[in-house]
Design a protein around this ligand. Structure first.
Ligand code: F0G
Length: 460
């Protein structure tokens, strides 16, 4: 693994800017109180640096904005659809494409075709919406990521890998008919934006072939994954990212895609595949859930921006800056003694809140408490990936404690400068020095499911 010592400058300059403002400490106290101590309920104008998500929050290029004007808004047979289809085929190699309103729309279409009630869906680590869509079709989501994914401070290059032995054993014991499909999420968001190696993807394909199970990628962050393969996988360092992307896709029967991440768009997604029969079936569902197969819930202009974004995202200058900026944030946090998931992944830095705030028991939500503290300290918005997000175990009614208690600092694409991210590291450093003073929280309102979006709290 190669750690970059100095961040290379970005290969772009700003043409449009959006003013942001830091509210006073008093105003921040009022804002977070009004939001029930839930960063999802803050108004974005009360946020100074917004690291809630890297999804749909990126800046489009001048070429993408120009492409918007060329959108063909025909209901059927839009020219913009054919541009998108050509871009997907060129970059990823899949001939059949169904645009969707965003990534979860693609999950819905794919699972509507492939998942029958009672069947398992295997993933390295399901993203929430993927897990929820599998359950919605009566499926049973199963996570088989390698064990080191759960060791936050342990450095391994590919902590997003599927555990191939467990996958083989699981498919053998469960039997082909009880498994709908295998998915691999690249990069693995739940484990810290951790990449999956090319050799692991090829291994997953071999196991799937042994049992005749289809394999799809959750490709949201495919370009970041390819760049991390280039940086970290022996034998891949001299290759182009575009080539690595095609090798990653070559193992799969298709992919679901949220263009809000590595499509460099503010909205959009697609389902791509090789099998014409599956495509025909998915078209039926598309008409029901998304729209006619040549627009799928998007405007023609959105498909134009996506086609350009897919080509721009595999640019190695862009990726070096993108991944380098995340590495730099991680380095600065390390310098402040803040415990983080190591090594940093592609789209953000994940703080190990359980390690940083050991005085807080899990039922006082340490990672959530840290998001509140960070907002109060510096007007920075992050997101909890911990106990509150995990919800309750339906069998016992207790919190379904996840193995990791993390706060994610997701870095939007082409948006913030190094000095802005440095300010985030400084703020967390100050909190770390007085960490015993950080107070836990309890619910004042707890919704029955997806509770993190609308829950309200009070400090204890
Ligand atoms: N898969 C992964 C790995 C994701 O991270 C997301 C979204 C989706 C699927 C769904 O895509 O939002 O376009 O419907 N992740 C965002 C996040 C919301 O903040 O990590 P979508």
């Amino acid at each position: 693994m190669r750690a970059m010592e100095r961040l290379a400058p970005p290969p772009w300059k700003a043409k449009v800017v959006e003013p942001i403002e830091l509210r006073s400490p008093r105003e921040r106290r009022v804002a977070i109180g009004n939001a029930g101590f839930n960063t999802f309920l803050l108004r974005s104008e009360d946020v100074y640096i917004d690291l809630l998500t890297d999804s749909g929050t990126g800046a489009m290029s001048d070429r993408q904005w120009a492409a918007l004007m060329c959108g063909d808004e025909a209901y059927a047979g839009s020219r913009s659809f054919f541009r998108l289809q050509a871009a997907v085929e060129r970059v990823m190699g899949f001939p059949y494409v169904l645009p969707t309103h965003q990534g979860r729309g693609a999950e819905n279409l794919l699972f509507s075709c492939l998942v029958r009630p009672g069947q398992c869906v295997v993933n390295n680590l399901h993203f929430d919406t993927t897990r929820a869509h599998a359950r919605h079709k009566g499926g049973r989501p199963v996570d088989l990521v390698v064990e080191e994914a759960y060791a936050a401070g342990f450095r391994a290059p590919f902590k997003g890998n599927m555990d191939l032995d467990r996958l083989d054993r699981f498919l053998r014991e469960t039997g082909r008919d009880a498994v709908a499909l295998v998915m691999v999420t690249v990069t693995c968001n739940g484990a810290g934006g951790q990449p999956v190696s090319l050799s692991n993807l090829r291994g997953v394909r071999q196991v799937c072939d042994r049992y005749g199970v289809p394999l799809f990628l959750d490709a949201c962050r495919f370009a970041e994954n390819a760049y991390l393969i280039k940086q970290r996988e022996p034998g891949q360092e001299g290759r182009g990212v575009g080539e690595i992307v095609r090798d990653m896709m070559a193992v799969a029967d298709g992919c679901t895609m949220s263009a809000k991440k590595d499509g460099l768009c503010n909205i959009g997604g697609f389902l791509a595949m090789r099998d014409p029969e599956l495509y025909r079936q998915a078209c039926q569902w598309a008409v029901l859930f998304e729209g006619f197969p040549t627009y799928g819930g998007l405007a023609g202009r959105d498909m134009e921006a996506m086609a350009v974004g897919l080509e721009e995202v595999v640019d190695e200058g862009y990726l070096a800056y993108r991944v380098g900026q995340v590495e730099e944030l991680a380095r600065r946090l390390e310098g402040e003694g803040v415990p983080i998931v190591q090594p940093p992944g592609g789209h953000g830095v994940y703080v190990d809140a359980a390690a940083m705030l050991p005085h807080l028991p899990r039922h006082r939500f340490p990672a959530w408490a840290l998001t509140v503290e960070l907002y109060l300290e510096a007007g920075v918005r992050a997101v909890e990936i911990g106990t509150v997000m995990a919800g309750r175990d339906p069998a016992t009614g207790d919190h379904d404690y996840p193995r990791l208690e993390l706060m994610r600092l997701a870095v939007p694409r082409r948006v913030y400068t190094s000095s802005q991210l440095g300010l985030v590291a400084d703020a967390l450093g100050r909190i770390n020095r007085r960490r015993e003073a950080v107070r836990g929280l309890e619910f004042t309102h707890e919704p029955p499911f997806l509770r993190h979006f609308t829950a309200r709290f009070r400090p204890v």
